[in-house]
Design a protein around this ligand. Sequence first.
Ligand SMILES: [Zn+2]
Length: 216
Amino acid sequence: MRPRASEGQKSLARFEFDSGVLVFTEAGSQHRAALHVVRGEEGLHGLDAGGPEVIDASPQAFAARLRSENHTLKRALTDPRLCSGIGNAYSEEILHRARLSPVALTQRLTAEETARLRQEVRETLREWVERLHAAAAREFPEKVTAFREGMAVHGRCGLPCPRCGARVQRIRYASNETNYCAQCQTGGLRADRAISRLLREDWPRTLDELDALKKR
Ligand SMILES: [Zn+2]
């Protein structure tokens, strides 16, 4: 492997392998991309934000972690202090499969909803890890993107929900967005007053503002 700086403006690094070339790029304007070189497991621990691997968490540990702070589900699943390794795209897929609103508050979830969420976190992550491993084994990854063929709601605003056929909706806030099916996840747009208000009023600019809006 021979890393070297690339000339392209958006290319940050280039890695050449026998089987292909991997170019590390950043398309976003906020310049949040980073590459860290660490030595051994101890070095890795230095980057750990502290959130548990949800895939390994017991039902009790998962519920306790989720209720430790009162946040929207979208925020809780993508906050690396609370849940490790989920991120934006998979949080949307998990919430769609669990039929839970992205703006539902963690401390208001029932025990049944919490158990369903944990189940779908585990199944969604396992399924996608398997799919991505299989795809990488077949060929060198040509495109590195959060959107994957086969996703239900992520990157599919305006397209039909694979479960109910309603059009996938999108909430935008700051440079982020949340895709979800109103029919499956919030009982229709009007049924969820928080989402209706978000749609009528200004979009929150940050995840914290999204939380604050929901708590009002
Ligand atoms: Zn649906």
